[in-house]
Design a protein around this ligand. Structure first.
Ligand code: HEC
Length: 293
């Protein structure tokens, strides 16, 4: 009886691990497990920071390619100027906003009508469609989602056997790994290829080895030939993979614009707490020095 009580917590833990393991084994048996590579992001880990130069290149790719179909409606033009982001020049962003092809619906005016006007610094980066129905009608029934939170909305799943999941989780906690969404979006952008001979691709769909089910309505947005060309001082050479990496970093910033300051502040707080702990420890020693215990 004693023995049983003693091991009860251990038994509960084992049952929990086994259940979790079987559940994930069943999961991967249902849908085929896809292997995603982990990329080395400048903003990865506990100390990483966004690289403003990369974010500027990424914005260029978004503007020249993705903006044709996807909005970025949780980002405002003024965010592109702020620290921690691409840090464009304010005057340049004012011009960019004024020339953004998708104008802002405003109003009503004195006649009670809604009207469209050019964007200002305080406006959102509007997508090309007025609503989801219009988007679907233009995209053959598929909906191009807003990309503002995309790197937070997606993640990668491991294809490792179930008994490795717990150690992997521990590793991710210790290394501060939070870039699953970025790894997914990057993989998706570079994952287009010809479908295998035994694969039945539906009409109008494209084969992508990283998309669940492998059929995606979005055609390869950045082709090998015809990647976005960067300016000479942009800090990187054009290539499909470089474009994909840069636009992914830009989308990661869009989804988490305060990452830079948060990670910096985190370290200051840890150092502060460490110093406070030491001070309290020595103060306690001193106060209790003459008292026997
Ligand atoms: C010609 C239109 C078009 C362009 C250009 C385009 N997309 Fe898409 N995108 C779509 C459509 C349509 C979907 C929905 C696909 C589906 O559900 O099958 C989509 C879906 C996505 C998804 C979601 C995938 C998922 O897991 O659900 C991401 C991420 C994405 N696009 C990123 C991008 C990025 C980044 C770019 C620019 C490099 C881009 N797209 C350019 C049309 C486009």
């Amino acid at each position: 009886m004693m023995l049983q009580c003693k091991f009860a917590p251990l038994r509960t833990a084992l049952v929990a691990i086994a259940t979790f393991g079987f559940a994930s084994a069943a999961n991967s048996a249902g849908g085929e497990a896809i292997h995603y590579d982990r990329h080395n992001w400048t903003y990865g880990g506990v100390k990483g920071q966004f690289d403003p130069i990369q974010l500027r290149r990424g914005f260029q790719v978004y503007q020249e390619v993705c903006a044709a179909c996807h909005g970025l409606e949780r980002v405002r033009f003024r965010n592109l100027v702020e620290p921690g982001g691409p840090q464009f020049d304010e005057e340049a962003v004012k011009t960019l906003a004024a020339e953004w092809p998708n104008q802002i619906v405003d109003g009503p005016n004195d006649e009670g009508e809604m009207f469209e006007r050019p964007a200002k610094l305080s406006d959102i980066l509007k997508g090309p469609y007025r609503n989801a129905k219009e988007a679907r009608a233009a995209q053959g029934g598929a909906y191009p989602p807003d990309l503002s939170l995309m790197t937070r909305a997606r993640n990668i799943h491991t294809d490792a056997p179930w008994y490795i999941h717990v150690p992997l989780m521990m590793r991710d906690i210790i290394t501060g790994y939070q870039e699953g969404g970025s790894d997914y979006v990057y993989s998706l952008l570079i994952g287009y290829e010809d479908e295998p001979a035994d694969f039945e691709l539906s009409e109008g769909m494209n084969y992508n080895k990283y998309f669940a089910g492998h059929q995606i309505a979005m055609a390869q947005p950045i082709p090998e030939e015809g990647a976005v060309e960067y300016q000479e001082n942009a800090g990187a050479k054009m290539s499909m993979k470089q474009n994909a990496e840069d636009v992914t970093a830009f989308l990661a910033w869009a989804a988490d614009p305060s990452l830079n300051s948060r990670k910096q502040l985190g370290w200051s707080v840890l150092i502060y707490l460490l110093i406070t702990t030491l001070l309290l420890y020595f103060a306690k020693k001193r106060i209790w020095k003459r008292i026997k215990h």
